[in-house]
Design a protein around this ligand. Structure first.
Ligand code: BGC
Length: 440
C-alpha cells in the first residue's frame, strides 16, 4: 500500500524562527522579542531580529523549495504582524507579506499549510495575562478571522496551534521559554482550557470563512515504543495516560476534548478542586469536527527504567534517536482518534558547516531520515491514514532558548552572509519525493 499518490512531502518553519524584520512594516514585539532581551534566557545571547531574513528573502527561499522538489510548505503567521496590538486594528502590510508568500508558493505548485499560532504571542496581550486571560479566545478568533479572510481563498490547510504542550509546558510551567512563567496546576488548567476554547473558536471561524479548507491541530509527541515487558497495549495505555502535575505534556489532554468531547477522566477526578469551570457549551465548541491531527515527532520512549545501550546514537542537541518513533506515533494516534495524520515536524540538528568544497555534507541526517521514514512507511503499510510528512526544518533557524547553535535545516544558513546552501540531505530528500518514498 505504501504512501498515497497525493502524499504531501514538505518542510516546515515558524515565523519567529526565520523571518527577522522584527519591527518592520508595523509589526509589534512578540513575547519572544521581549524574552530574548532578558539576560541569560537564550543560550548564545541571540534574538530573532534578523534570523534568516526570510521576510525579505522569501522569493529566493520559495524558489529553493521548488528546486528541491517540495510539494508542500508549512509556515506560521506572526500574530504581532497582523494585529500589532493583539486585538483591534489589522495591519494590512503584515497580511500582505503572507499573501505574497502564498502567491509565490502557488506559482510553483507548492501547497501552503498555515499554522496560526507557533508561539509568538503579541507582547501587548501578555501584559493582559496572555493565555491565562479567558478573553484570549476572543482575541485569537479575531486574529484568525483576519488571516482567513485574507488567505482563505488560496490556503486550504490550516493548523490552529503548534504544540500547545510545549508553549504552555516550557513557557508557563517550567519557565524556560517565553513568557518565562512558572504556574501551578490550577493556572495551567485554566490556560489549557483557554487554548482549547481558542482552538474551537478558530475552527468555527475557519469553517465560516473558508468552508472548503481542512483544519487540524499539531501536537508534540514522544510515542511509547513497545519493548521488554511493555507490549503494544501497555505502550498505548501509558502513552495516553494523563495525570497531575504534568498533564500538559499528555496528548490525551489535548486531543481527547477535541475528538471525544471531554477531558481525560483521571485528570478531572484528580483535579476536582482546581479544574476551571467547563460548560457543555465549551465542550461543544472545543469538539467541533477537525479534519486531521498533526504530529511533531523527534524522539520516542521505551518502558520506564529501560536504559539504552551505551553509545546509542544521539543528535547534536543531545536527543536519542528512535528509528520506529514515526511508526508507533502514527499507529497509536490512528488507533485512538481515527483521524487522518500529517507528520508536521520531524528532523534533527547536526554539526553542519560549509566544507572546503563549498557544500554541506550531512550523512547522519540522511541516515536518520531514512530510518524514521521507513518507520512511517511501515505505518502506512499497516493502513494508517497518513497524508503527509514535513521535515523540520526547511532551513537552519533560531532554535528558541538554544539560539542559533542547533542546525535543524535541510538548507544551511550562513548567519553572517545569510547565504543559503542546500545540504546533501536536501538532494537525497528530493529523490525520496520523486519516488514517492519507494526508494526508502
Ligand atoms: C517546534 C519547533 C522547534 C523544533 C525543534 C518543535 O518543538 O515546533 O519550533 O524548532 O521542535 O526543537
Amino acid at each position: 500500500m505504501s504512501f498515497r499518490k497525493d502524499f504531501m512531502w514538505g518542510a516546515a518553519t515558524a515565523s519567529f524562527q526565520i523571518e527577522g524584520a522584527w519591527n518592520e512594516d508595523g509589526k509589534s514585539p512578540s513575547i519572544w522579542d521581549v524574552f530574548c532581551e532578558e539576560p541569560g534566557r537564550i543560550e548564545d545571547g541571540s534574538d530573532g531580529k534578523v534570523a534568516c531574513d526570510h521576510y525579505h528573502r522569501y522569493k529566493e527561499d520559495v524558489k529553493l523549495m521548488a528546486d528541491l522538489g517540495l510539494k508542500a510548505y508549512r509556515f506560521s503567521i506572526a500574530w504581532p504582524r497582523v494585529i500589532p496590538e493583539g486585538t483591534g486594528k489589522v495591519n494590512e502590510k503584515g497580511l500582505e507579506f503572507y499573501s505574497n508568500l502564498v502567491d509565490e508558493l502557488l506559482k510553483y505548485n507548492i501547497t501552503p499549510f498555515v499554522t496560526l499560532y507557533h508561539w509568538d504571542l503579541p507582547y501587548s496581550l501578555q501584559i493582559k495575562g496572555g493565555w491565562l486571560n479567558p478573553e484570549i479566545s476572543d482575541w485569537f478568533e479575531e486574529y484568525t478571522r483576519a488571516v482567513v479572510a485574507k488567505l482563505g481563498d488560496r490556503v486550504k490547510h490550516f493548523i490552529t496551534f503548534n504544540e500547545p504542550s510545549v508553549f504552555l509546558g516550557c513557557g508557563n510551567l517550567f519557565g524556560v521559554h517565553a513568557p518565562g512563567m512558572k504556574c501551578g496546576s490550577r493556572d495551567l488548567l485554566l490556560a489549557g482550557h483557554n487554548v482549547h476554547i481558542a482552538h474551537g473558536k478558530a475552527v468555527r471561524a475557519i469553517r465560516e470563512l473558508a468552508p472548503d479548507a481542512q483544519v487540524g491541530i499539531t501536537l508534540a509527541t514522544m510515542p511509547r515504543i513497545p519493548n521488554g515487558d511493555m507490549d503494544e497495549k501497555a505502550a498505548y495505555d501509558i502513552y495516553f495516560s494523563c495525570h497531575k502535575p504534568f498533564f500538559v505534556w499528555s496528548d490525551a489532554y489535548w486531543a481527547d476534548p477535541i475528538v471525544f468531547g471531554h477531558y481525560p477522566e483521571d485528570l478531572v477526578n484528580e483535579c476536582k478542586d482546581i479544574f476551571p469551570k467547563v460548560t457543555d457549551e465549551d465542550m461543544k465548541l472545543i469538539s467541533q469536527k477537525i479534519d486531521f491531527i498533526g504530529q511533531n515527532i523527534y524522539q520516542g520512549k521505551y518502558e520506564e527504567g529501560y536504559e539504552r545501550p551505551r553509545g546509542t546514537p544521539h543528535t547534536e542537541i543531545g536527543w536519542d534517536t528512535f528509528d520506529s518513533a514515526l511508526e508507533w506515533g502514527v499507529k497509536h494516534f490512528y488507533k485512538r482518534w481515527k483521524l487522518p495524520i500529517y507528520i508536521t515536524e520531524n528532523g534533527l540538528s547536526c554539526h553542519d558547516w560549509e566544507s572546503l568544497d563549498g557544500k554541506v555534507h550531512d550523512p547522519n541526517r540522511i541516515d536518520f531520515l531514512h530510518r524514521y521514514l521507513r518507520g512511517l512507511k511501515t505505518a502506512a503499510d499497516a493502513s494508517c491514514d497518513i497524508r503527509g510528512y514535513f521535515q523540520w526544518s526547511f532551513m537552519d533557524n533560531f532554535e528558541w532558548a538554544k539560539g542559533y547553535n542547533p542546525r535543524f535545516g535541510m538548507v544551511f544558513c550562513d548567519y553572517n552572509t545569510l547565504k543559503r546552501i542546500p545540504k546533501d540531505s536536501a538532494y537525497w530528500y528530493k529523490e525520496v519525493i520523486e519516488s514517492n518514498g519507494e526508494n526508502l
